[in-house]
Design a protein around this ligand. Structure first.
Ligand code: SF4
Ligand code: SF4
Ligand code: SF4
Length: 278
């Protein structure tokens, strides 16, 4: 049977929070019998847009990651619930609001922090993937419909179609090491979970420093060159998608036969090497 998936492109999200607001519009003060009780106005972020900042001024990169319930295939919340939380054949995980009444501990069973406690109604709640709308023939959820930037969409796919999409679009799951097998897939997740080495190439013309547009930057691990990048019109270059805390790298520049000094960097977080003369 085909299943529902969220496909989220981190590089397209602008943190407008239309998704969060449309979720509130759909669920606050609205009960959807068989799916969920109403969401409280405050405190719940069923679509939580998280933010990260990489690098140092002026070479900074800010990214936003919309984060709903991951609709896990192997969900810790389902295992902990004794039947109060179930996964439907189409992949949507729902909390039975009657069976889960008073079960505050279930909010702690989700490793992604996607379950919220409704103090007034004494029930755990989370994103339902707008199952009440999808079951009614909608092709998108309220939040994905409201995302003008195209960062958020839902799709219903057979296994083979999903495998092809993962391959073609380079999709990743959030924290696959948890073994929960999320049905939420991210594109450009490196903006959140990888780091970069960047810098600015400059040339000295008399007393003036100019941007060294076109300078070739090389990245080394030990003696091996592992990547090249070309400086843009501002002289800026960047090596991205490097694993955090992955050890010592070196960078040098070459332009018109001249070569800069080689700079070594121990990579923890993203690094701006500053201005390098070539
Ligand atoms: S509506 Fe789209 S662009 Fe706006 S915060 Fe949500 S996912 Fe990001
Ligand atoms: S993200 Fe959390 S709440 Fe959602 S299915 Fe997975 S374990 Fe359950
Ligand atoms: S899918 Fe529906 S319930 Fe889930 S975050 Fe989006 S609007 Fe809210």
């Amino acid at each position: 049977m085909s299943k529902w998936y969220f496909i989220i492109d981190v590089s397209k999200c602008w943190d407008c929070n239309n998704c969060l607001i449309s979720c509130k519009d759909e669920h606050v003060d609205n009960e959807w019998p068989g799916y969920t009780l109403a969401q409280p106005l405050h405190g719940h972020r069923w679509m939580d847009v998280l933010r990260t900042e990489r690098g140092q001024y002026p070479l900074i990169d800010v990214a936003y990651r919309p984060t709903p319930c991951m609709q896990c295939q192997d969900a810790p919340c389902v295992k902990a619930s004794g039947g109060a939380i179930t996964r439907r054949p189409d992949g949507i995980v729902l909390i039975d609001q009657e069976k889960a009444k008073g079960r505050q501990e279930l909010a702690k069973s989700c490793p992604y922090g996607a379950i919220y406690w409704n103090e007034e109604k004494r029930v755990p709640q989370k994103c339902t993937m707008c199952a009440h709308l999808l079951d009614d023939g909608w092709k998108q959820t309220r939040c994905s419909q409201a995302c003008f930037a195209g960062a958020l969409k839902v799709v219903k796919l057979e296994d083979g179609e999903l495998a092809r999409m993962i391959q073609e679009e380079g999709l990743e799951q959030l924290h696959p090491e948890l073994g929960t097998k999320p049905n939420v897939y991210y594109k450009n997740l490196y903006r959140f979970n990888k780091v970069f080495i960047a810098g600015s190439a400059a040339v000295k013309n008399g007393e003036i420093f100019d941007c060294a547009k076109g300078a070739k930057a090389s990245l080394y691990r030990g003696k091996d060159k592992i990547a090249e990048a070309v400086a843009d019109a501002f002289g800026d270059f960047r090596f991205d998608r490097l694993p955090e805390g992955s050890g010592v790298y070196a960078v040098d520049l070459e332009l018109d036969g001249r070569r800069s000094q080689r700079v070594e960097v121990e990579l923890g977080q993203s690094r701006n090497l500053g201005t390098l003369l070539v």
